[in-house]
Design a protein around this ligand. Sequence first.
Ligand code: FAD
Length: 272
Amino acid sequence: MKVLLVFAHPEPRSLNGALRDIAIAELKTGGHGVQVSDLYADRWKSEVDRTDFASLAPDARLRVAAASGESFAAHTLTDDVLAEHEKLLWADTLILQFPFWWFSMPAILKGWVDRVFSYGFAYGVGEHSDTHWGDRYGEGTLSGKRAMLVVTTGGWEEHYAARGINGPIDDLLFPIHHGILYYPGYEVLPPFVAYRVDHLDEVGFEDVAQRLRDRMRTLATTAPISYRRQNGGDYLIPTLQLRPELGDPGATGFALHSTERGSLPALPDRTC
Ligand code: FAD
């Protein structure tokens, strides 16, 4: 396998830094190729602005999607973005690793998505018609590849359970899983989540590390989340509503968009 690990933590000596090194070592031991985008170390520019689009006339109004699409088609995106495109095309597996901050990814990683997932590359792909609403949600530039999150949380696993105060982790990660990764075509693997890590002792650390090694060893064989494909017949076009006969009667919410009932199956690495 060829793995791109995008890492978003400001401190290399952090828990996340240690877990990143463990993941890389395990992948290399397995004979896999690994590239890393270390966003803080690389001083990644996270905000989209007009300096991203050199061909935009100085007095032109910036319309981000249009400028992104024009620059992508004209091969005039900035070198840092183009380098990330090359890595994404090289990799058959993408890992996004980050501490859970305010129920989401750190801003620098969101900014990596905003700038790297360009129009024509990750969105605005494919034909739009009465029967086909673009190549997205299971189709697109990155289809045939796998993606997975490696996340650490301060909150306990119980706080992220079905009835926990924080809301279910599968729901909280849905915008990243479905909206960012499945959208441009990735098959999304169940996440690796290490809960309640802020006061981790050596025993707890070794448990998390071992579970992460196990996940790295099974990256190629782990079954992805069974999201429904947009153009696979489950949705009405153009409303993109799930057909009324599908899903549990009366059900609403994120779980409708996977063919599994309820939340994701329990995996060994999701039990701490
Ligand atoms: P670190 O602080 O680096 O380490 C955590 C523990 O691991 C420490 O006890 C440390 O001693 C130990 N450790 C580190 N490295 C090793 C090693 N090599 N060997 C052994 N032990 C080690 N949490 C939520 O649940 N939900 C939120 O919405 C949320 N929002 C947040 C927002 C912000 C802005 C911040 C700063 C934190 C937030 N948190 C939240 C908590 C956050 O998710 C955790 O603090 C984070 O996941 C911890 O990861 P870290 O890499 O920073 O850990």
